[in-house]
Design a protein around this ligand. Structure first.
Ligand SMILES: Nc1ncnc2c1ncn2[C@@H]1O[C@H](COP(=O)(O)OP(=O)(O)OP(=O)(O)O)[C@@H](O)[C@H]1O
Ligand SMILES: [Mg+2]
Length: 265
């Protein structure tokens, strides 16, 4: 089956640092792809390049065959590309619900015309109600249904990350880039995020999942791409990656490998 998302020869330098260096990565429909590697290996930069927050120095990014390179972030989102951030990028002064309503900017794609709010005022009530309904049910799905009226600044760090996830999910993305979605979460929150990712896969969506929580990555991901110094040093199933000598040297190490083995039993 052809790839939903495909990045080829992706490169980005910051001065002397080659943050991403000729990276090839592709996601099949319904695939959860892990993206792992040491700190500074280029995971977040890869996500910024694919989602449009950074321009690549070289390489091509395609979503369902369409080249994204010249498209702005919001155009990519409208095509079904969602993302979450390593550090939650929520509006602290806004309510939890308003934060998710803001995330509705890409909903156009699924039939609700945000433009109607401005150009067809008679339709605005219907549009608003539909966005509201969508936002409320998304907040319920991430476990923040009872915090809708609170300001985002009153949420814990983990809850702010879940709010960031709700902002991405409200547009019903077909491909979701998740940058360390489990970092800073408690075990109940982690289980919730993992369940949401599995649900996306069931619906045919694809996820690029950058994470340092190795046991969860091994359990959840269909395939894993491993980065080191911006280049791909390995790609394969969790079983293959856990035994890959270069990955063990660069990232997993013996201790983590034993932890993963214990987790599998
Ligand atoms: N805006 C920037 N300006 C300069 N250097 C940057 C910038 N963003 C990233 N880098 C550098 O690029 C490299 C890759 O960083 P990146 O944040 O992509 O790594 P990462 O794999 O996400 O790391 P972590 O696991 O710590 O989140 C690092 O050397 C980092 O210092
Ligand atoms: Mg990062």
């Amino acid at each position: 089956m052809s790839a939903t998302l495909e990045a080829t020869g992706l490169s980005k330098r910051f001065g002397a640092v080659a943050a991403v260096d000729g990276l090839d990565v592709a996601l099949a429909p319904g695939e959860i792809r892990g993206l792992i590697g040491p700190n500074g290996s280029g995971k977040s930069t890869t996500m910024h390049l694919i989602s449009g927050y950074l321009r690549p120095d070289a390489g091509t990014i395609r979503l369902n065959g369409q080249v994204l390179n010249r498209l702005a972030v919001h155009r990519r989102a409208a095509l079904g590309l969602g993302r979450t951030f390593q550090t939650p990028a929520v509006f602290l002064q806004l309510s939890v619900l308003d934060n998710v309503l803001v995330g509705c900017h890409a909903v156009d794609r699924v039939g609700t015309r945000v433009g109607d709010l401005f150009f067809r005022p008679w339709a605005s009530k219907r549009v608003f109600n539909s966005l509201l309904e969508r936002s409320v049910s998304t907040l319920d799905s991430v476990g923040l249904g009872d915090r809708m009226a609170d300001r985002a600044e009153d949420l814990s760090y983990g809850q702010q990350k879940l709010l960031g996830l709700a902002q991405a999910l409200v547009s019903d993305p077909r491909v979701l880039l998740m940058d360390e979605p489990l970092a800073g979460l408690g075990s109940v929150e982690m289980d919730r995020v993992i369940a949401i990712v599995k649900d996306l896969r069931l619906k045919g969506g694809s996820v690029l999942f950058a994470e340092h929580n190795v046991p969860e990555v091994m359990q959840l991901c269909d395939r894993i791409t491993v980065l080191n110094f911006g280049t791909r040093i390995a790609e394969g199933t969790p079983g293959e990656i856990q035994r890959h000598p270069e990955v063990l040297d660069a990232y997993l190490g013996r201790e983590d490998r034993e932890e993963v083995d214990a987790h599998d039993q």
